[in-house]
Design a protein around this ligand. Structure first.
Ligand code: PSU
Ligand code: MN
Length: 301
């Protein structure tokens, strides 16, 4: 086993017994939501995964250790510490580990640590992608490169239009990452069920998704799979309101010269401010919805 990796006892036992396990990220805890909703959501997500017959493994870096499976105290610690925990993508791992620091894992890093631990399914809210204006800034999330090379299935609610959704799909196509619409032909846009962009394949049951990913693993095709699960209708937002909030947030980020790893957290926080917390409520609901689907897929894999 990787000498930097700690797998919690219950996650180890589940893996050894061949039981379904679902990985969860921690950037969403430290950077994606305010305290205390972040901790409450993270604990609820774990409960939902258990209720659906799988073992949750929240992933983070704590004092330089790569953790698969956190205690409630560790989740509380990351949630309280918030932005003071370094947002850790692939390039951040070596220095954080060597210095014994904490890191909140993005989709990319969560995939890396999940793969090290032998976990194949991961649930989150939104993935990183190709940012608007990337043809000049080259701001393309390391999440996409990870999906291209690490064999973990990621369940998300599509991508927010803080990204250029068309370019994000093109990039995933180039990298050979299947983009699945769960019960939909259209890429969901996180807060809304529709984006105007088509997915590669529509699959309607956890069995079908598990079968497709199993085929990918068996063929030893490099990389993961992106399952996009639309937010439940009752929690979805008015597209005009949310798109206006996103446009305003992107304009402010550009005016302030926000760059690099700050961009995504800045935009997420702005959107929450502009919509007065409605987007946070939707965000929480879609994460629960993804956790449930990921547990169902993991159970059939
Ligand atoms: N998009 C969201 N919510 C999030 C993130 C992205 O809608 O919480 C987080 C995830 O952890 C994702 C990361 O992996 O931001 C991507 O950051 P960047 O764009 O800097 O790669
Ligand atoms: Mn970026």
């Amino acid at each position: 086993m990787n000498p930097y990796l700690d797998i919690s006892t219950e996650v180890q036992e589940a893996l050894a017994a061949g039981k379904p396990v679902v990985a969860l990220e921690s950037t969403i805890i430290s950077h994606g939501m305010p305290y205390p909703q972040n901790v409450e959501t993270a604990l609820n997500v774990e409960r939902i995964i258990r209720e659906n017959g799988a073992m949750p493994a929240t992933i983070a870096i704590i004092k330089g250790r790569l953790k698969a499976g956190l205690s409630a105290d560790e989740i509380e610690y990351l949630g309280r510490k918030g932005y003071d925990v370094t947002k850790a993508s692939r390039r951040d791992l070596p220095v954080l580990v060597a210095k014994g620091e904490d890191g909140a894992t993005t989709v990319a890093t969560t995939m890396i640590i999940a793969a090290m631990a032998g976990i194949k399914v991961f649930a989150t809210g939104g993935v990183g992608g190709v940012h608007r204006g990337a043809e000049v800034t080259m701001d393309i999330s390391a999440d996409l490169e990870e999906l291209a090379q690490t064999p973990v299935l990621v369940v998300c609610a599509g991508a927010k239009s803080i990204l250029d959704l068309g370019l994000t799909l093109e990039y995933l196509e180039t990298k050979g990452v299947p983009v699945i619409g769960y019960g939909t032909d259209e890429l969901p846009a996180f807060y809304t069920r529709k984006s105007g962009f088509g997915v590669d394949y529509r699959l309607d049951t956890p069995e079908e998704v598990a079968a497709a990913f199993r085929a990918k693993l068996t063929m030893e095709l490099k990389g993961g799979m992106l399952v996009t699960n639309p937010i439940p209708e009752e929690y979805s937002m008015d597209p005009d309101i949310i798109n206006k909030a996103i446009d305003d947030a992107v304009a402010e980020a550009n005016a302030k010269g926000i760059k690099g790893k700050q961009t995504t957290p800045f935009l997420l926080a702005k959107i929450k401010d502009i919509t007065g917390g409605d987007s946070l409520a939707s965000n929480i609901r879609l994460v629960y919805n993804n956790a449930k689907l990921a547990a169902q897929i993991a159970a059939r894999l």
